[in-house]
Design a protein around this ligand. Structure first.
Ligand SMILES: NC(=O)c1ccc[n+]([C@@H]2O[C@H](COP(=O)([O-])OP(=O)(O)OC[C@H]3O[C@@H](n4cnc5c(N)ncnc54)[C@H](OP(=O)(O)O)[C@@H]3O)[C@@H](O)[C@H]2O)c1
Length: 215
């Protein structure tokens, strides 16, 4: 299984870093910010020249998956209908100083991880947690050095098929995928988890999350 086409929602630091890394791996990238596509020309020329700007409403069209790379406080502005039926990678993070949409805060207060809460909100989409625990600097690093380092990136999803698809993307970006058993286990990847922002090979990654948490 290989990834040929992805959409990225969010054209900031994280979104454009993924766009550059994916494009350099031969993946066709469409990207959307909060502005209409026609106003993205100069921004993309500077930050993600190989990516194609589309309107946010069209981000899920004709791609294998969509990476969600907008701040959580802006999730309310995203039309969940436009993402219906697609596989979403939740690459967002919960920061304590960030005001959250009411539905997200109340789901977290009910004990859900932020990804489970986001999955509940975007219930017409499938969800995987990934690409959130690496900084945009490291995501964007030169492919040869990434391959040499073989840094492990975690993938948490309830569907093994979806996890495998995201694992393909992670490999194509030059990293080593580590699959966690379900979406809830993705808490380990969040800012309060054991893995966040840690540069680890697969062996040490698995040791930290516990082998029972690896598929
Ligand atoms: N920065 C990192 O190293 C990094 C790494 C992994 C994960 N993350 C996570 O990724 C998320 C984004 O972080 P960031 O650092 O990339 O933030 P950022 O630089 O502030 O960029 C946010 C982007 O989201 C766009 N956006 C906001 N509302 C939108 C909407 N309704 N539809 C489409 N696009 C929208 C903004 O577009 P406009 O500018 O047009 O408003 C902007 O391009 C956060 O949850 C963060 O924790 C960040």
């Amino acid at each position: 299984m290989s990834i040929d086409k992805i959409g990225i929602l969010g054209a900031g630091r994280a979104g454009t870093a993924l766009a550059r890394a994916a494009a350099s791996g031969g993946i066709h990238v469409t990207i959307a910010g909060s502005r209409p596509a026609r106003l993205m020309k100069y921004h993309l020329a500077q930050y993600a020249p190989q990516a194609i700007a589309v309107d946010a409403a069209d981000i899920a069209k004709d791609v294998q998956l969509v990476a969600l790379m907008v701040p959580q406080e802006d999730l309310d502005d995203i039309d969940s209908e436009s993402l219906a039926g697609s596989l979403l990678i939740d690459a967002t993070n919960r920061w304590n100083d960030e005001p959250l949409p009411h539905w997200l805060q109340s789901a977290i207060d009910r004990g859900l991880s932020s990804s489970e809460a986001i999955a509940e909100h975007f219930s017409q989409s499938r969800m995987a947690k990934a690409l959130n625990h690496i900084s945009h600097w490291d995501l964007d690093a030169d492919r040869a050095s990434k391959s040499a380092a073989r840094r492990a990136l975690g993938i948490a999803a309830d569907s093994p098929q979806d996890a495998a698809l995201v694992a393909s993307l992670v490999c194509q970006l030059g990293f080593t995928p580590v699959q966690l058993p379900d979406l809830a286990a993705g808490q380990a990847l969040e800012p309060t988890g054991q893995i966040f922002n840690e540069v680890l090979g697969a062996e040490e990654f698995i040791r930290r999350i516990g082998s029972e948490n690896q598929v």
